[in-house]
Ligand binder design. Structure first.
Ligand code: ADP
Length: 556
């Protein structure tokens, strides 16, 4: 009867430890349970786990011991304590019963220790693991001590202890795999979290399951906000409809991945262009589980492309107008119908010449702007007198002003300027010739230059909304500025165009390009030159009364 009870208790112990190993991935906790339960079931005085740290040496890492016996936990044993022969025996996964520890041929050096901790007999069962080359290696030993008397351990006792050791070896392997899994999971999570591109996992119905910080930043939402959304909330329905068939092909495994250029809705209400690369993750049977989406922000690239295509269409348009005139004039001349009408003949040649000049100017301006924008122009700054500079400009433009009956007026100044004089003359010529072009006959165009400190500029900015932006920037500059002004009494510029006219091909009236022979690049060039000098350029105007163009140059 007692024997039966004992067998039952042993079977229960084995089952309980096996169960524990299946349910828990906490190896430390499994070892604690094992030593405690083995000691109870075998009614031993001490059960411990000795872990081999390197060949033959090791440390006691777990122990369950009756209070009357010394504690061995954390005791360290060095190399010589573990003979090679013994190690090889344990590698085979075989337990040992030692019926008198003082006579243990494989543990001579342990005799003293055994006496100290009061051990008389013991069972030792190895915990064996396979190494990387699939060779057995002793990870540790499960050791059962009898201290009270010379207990006659049975082979069934040793078998039980070995069974438990084998279970512990399984638990150890599981814990190893789990920690490898955790490491690779951490690596994957880190890659997901730190990816530069937005990344998301979506259910097959399009709901966000997982999003990374880059995607949150791209869309302006927090992670918890995005996890409430489906992709349908971020993409126009028409766009989704457009990709419906491709997405179905992807789910059905007819295509491997999908690239969609989409306009995604940002939290601010604006949209952002992005390339979404979509693929499907499947289970081992090939059933689709969820989508993985990579989102690359191409908003700036998209804006640049748009700008480029607008630019190309503007340039083509600007080139086409004069070319059509030239072709028309030359065609008429070539046909000979006007051979006997010298006046009309002359007029057509004039038109062709004017339009050719316009073409050359357009191409020159385009090349100049391109060079300035790509920083290919090196400035050669020097000190010069502002007065001599504006005098040169006025002399240069006097014939044009005279033919338009516009008076040019200079306000005397002694200001010195540090700049590339040729480039500043280019800016002034453009501003003054614009002023002449858009002024009525009999009016005056005035040029002046003043030195100003930062506060004065800031005060002047309060008077005019349009200068608020540049003036603020000036306020942070440590230098005082030189301010150039070109004032006319012409037709003026509407407030909503005051900034736009500094962009390429921007003209207030469509007819300006025809009537005034302009190409809309002059102010864009001026802006570039002034900015390269570290200055600012802006305009103030009252429609019907006139305009003033300002630009500043910092004084070093
Ligand atoms: P362009 O004079 O060759 O057309 P700009 O870039 O120099 O090119 O000027 C752009 C546009 O700004 C002009 O076409 C005109 O509509 C407007 N503009 C420039 N200066 C003046 C001015 N002083 N008065 C009125 N409008 C002006």
């Amino acid at each position: 009867m007692r024997e039966l009870e004992e067998q039952l208790a042993r079977a229960k112990l084995l089952a309980s430890i096996t169960q524990h190993i299946r349910e828990s991935l906490d190896f430390d906790e499994i070892l604690t349970t094992a030593v405690t339960e083995v000691r109870q079931v075998l009614q031993a005085d001490r059960v411990l786990i000795f872990h081999l740290t390197s060949q033959g040496s090791g440390v006691v890492i777990k122990e369950s011991v009756l209070p009357e016996y010394p504690v061995t936990k954390e005791m360290l044993f060095l190399d010589e304590c573990f003979p090679e022969q013994c190690y090889e025996y344990y590698c085979q996964g075989r337990p040992r019963i030692v019926l008198d520890v003082c006579k243990d041929e494989w543990a001579d050096c342990l005799a003293e220790f055994m006496e100290q901790v009061g051990v008389k007999t013991k069972i030792v069962a190895p915990i064996v693991q396979m190494d990387d080359d699939n060779l057995p290696k002793v990870w540790g030993l499960l050791i059962v001590h009898s201290c009270a008397y010379y207990r006659q351990w049975q082979s069934s006792d040793a078998e039980l202890v070995q069974h438990i050791s084998d279970q512990l070896a399984i638990a150890l392997k599981q814990a190893d795999l789990y920690s490898q899994l955790q490491t690779s999971e951490t690596h994957l999570r880190n890659a997901f979290e730190t990816a530069v591109n937005g990344m998301a996992m979506l259910t097959l119905s399009g709901h966000f399951m997982q999003v990374n910080p880059a995607l949150c930043q791209l869309l302006g939402y927090s992670k918890s906000e995005l996890l409430q959304f489906a992709v349908q909330d971020l993409i126009q329905p028409e766009e989704l409809d457009q990709h419906h068939n491709h997405i179905q092909d992807l789910i059905a495994d007819r295509t491997l991945s999908l690239q969609i250029e989409s306009e995604l809705r940002h939290k601010s209400g604006k949209t952002r262009w992005a390339i979404c690369s979509v693929s499907v993750v499947r289970d081992p049977e090939g059933e689709p589980l969820y989508f993985v989406v990579q989102v690359q922000d191409i908003n700036e690239r998209h804006a640049l492309e748009q700008l480029k295509s607008e630019f190309i269409s503007s340039v083509s348009h600007e080139l086409r107008t004069p070319l059509t005139s030239i072709r028309g004039s030359l065609g008429l001349l070539a046909s000979g119908v006007l051979d006997h009408q010298p006046e009309k003949h002359k007029r057509l040649i004039e038109i062709a010449a004017i339009e050719s000049e316009r073409l050359v100017r357009l191409v020159d301006d385009l090349l100049d702007l391109e060079r300035l924008q790509s920083q290919q122009v090196t400035l050669h700054p020097e000190w010069f007198s502002a007065m001599s500079l504006i005098q040169q400009v006025v002399e240069n433009l006097r014939p044009t002003a005279d033919s338009n009956n516009v008076h040019l007026d200079i306000e005397p100044t002694s200001v010195q300027v540090w700049a590339d004089s040729d480039r500043i003359i280019q800016v002034l010529i453009n501003l003054v010739s614009n002023a002449i072009k858009f002024s009525p006959s009999g009016s005056t165009v005035r040029l002046s230059v003043q030195s100003q400190n930062d506060e004065e500029l800031l005060q002047s900015s309060d008077k005019q909304q349009d200068v608020l932006e540049p003036a603020r920037s000036i306020a942070i500059s440590p230098y005082s500025q030189v301010v150039f002004q070109v004032t006319d009494q012409g037709r003026g510029i509407p407030a909503d165009q005051l900034e736009l006219i500094f962009d390429r091909f921007q003209q207030v009236n469509k007819s300006d390009s025809r009537d005034q022979a302009g190409v809309g690049l002059g102010l864009a060039i001026c802006k570039n030159i002034v900015q390269q000098h570290g200055g600012l350029i802006w305009a103030e105007s009252k429609v019907g009364q006139g305009s003033t163009f300002y630009f500043t140059l910092p004084v070093p």
